[in-house]
Design a protein around this ligand. Structure first.
Ligand SMILES: [Zn+2]
Ligand SMILES: [Zn+2]
Length: 296
């Protein structure tokens, strides 16, 4: 028996940076849709999904006036924990049962992300029972920028490690959730996509070929010669984390390798490995996990 490694990262293709959670005056944002696009474009973003609350804004008419690759999105907000609908085709019913919401999102070929779990005075916008009970979402927000100025905590890697430790294959996303210009460029995803197009970027973001960041730049994530290797341009320390959130290795420097287990029992105990890359000023980049399976 050996060990099989599921690595979500595409081996080639451009790294493209974008935000998939933002609001305009179509819902409760302070700026017009056009002004928000211009802001992200000026900062050199490659793609953007605007996700106004419970309203579907078709980005088609805005494409002529921006260099951004625009992905259609909605934030399903009424009646329960907020759910992002990415690559949206049409508005869905905000059913109280979030399983029904996620199923409806998937049925139209879009994908779902559970938002800001640790928002609010109880740090519990999305109860963990809901995250565990609902199936079929692509991932959760592990960092939500606007919560820097709201109650709760932007960070939700605690929820992520709990889900991953129960065998769930869910990705960790970082978004601005921008409602005003002060929320822009706090957190983003960088996708390794086959090309700069809506279908290719959506596919990368849906299948885990991306990393989340608040400022550290990853230039490569690869599994080779039995190790997970992470290369960055500006990390000062890289930490590898496995099942139950246990720190498995900490390495100082801009790149690091973690030797993956070759023993099936060890692989089962580890279950997954993900890296956190820390830079100056508290900036972090989070890789997606690679999953380990005993291979018969
Ligand atoms: Zn929300
Ligand atoms: Zn939002």
């Amino acid at each position: 028996m050996g060990v099989a490694v599921d690595n979500p990262y595409a081996s080639a293709g451009p790294w493209l940076r974008g935000n998939m959670h933002g609001h305009s005056t179509f819902s409760d944002g302070s700026e017009t849709f056009e002004d928000v696009l211009a802001d992200y474009e000026r900062r050199g973003y490659d793609f953007l999904a605007m996700t106004d609350h419970d309203i579907f804004v078709d980005p088609t008419e805005y494409r002529a006036n921006t260099t951004l690759t625009l992905i259609p999105g909605v934030e399903v907000s009424r009646n329960g924990p907020h759910v992002l609908q990415i690559d949206a085709r049409e508005l869905i019913e905000p059913d109280r049962d979030r399983q029904t919401v996620v199923d409806a999102i998937n049925a139209q070929g879009a994908f779902a992300i559970m938002n800001h779990p640790n928002w609010g005075y109880n740090f519990n916008h999305c109860p963990h029972e809901v995250l565990e009970a609902v199936d079929g979402y692509a991932g959760i927000e592990i960092y939500n920028g606007v919560i820097e100025r709201l109650a709760g905590t932007p960070l939700a890697t605690d929820r992520w490690d709990m889900l991953l430790s129960k065998g769930r294959r869910v990705w960790g996303y970082a978004h601005d959730d921008s409602h005003s210009p002060i929320d822009v460029e706090l957190a983003w995803n960088v996708a390794r996509a086959a090309e700069d197009s809506v279908p290719a970027i959506v596919e990368a973001l849906r299948t885990g070929s991306f990393y989340a960041s608040t400022g550290v730049e990853i230039t490569d994530v690869a599994v080779a010669d039995g190790a997970l290797r992470v290369t960055t341009s500006n990390a000062q320390r890289i930490r590898f984390i496995g099942k139950h959130g246990i720190y498995r290795q900490t390495t100082d420097g801009a790149s690091a390798s973690y030797a993956l287990p070759t023993d099936a029992e060890e692989a089962e105990g580890l279950a997954y490995v993900r890296a956190e890359c820390y830079g100056a000023g508290g900036a972090v980049a989070w890789t997606q996990p690679v999953f380990l399976n005993a291979d018969a």
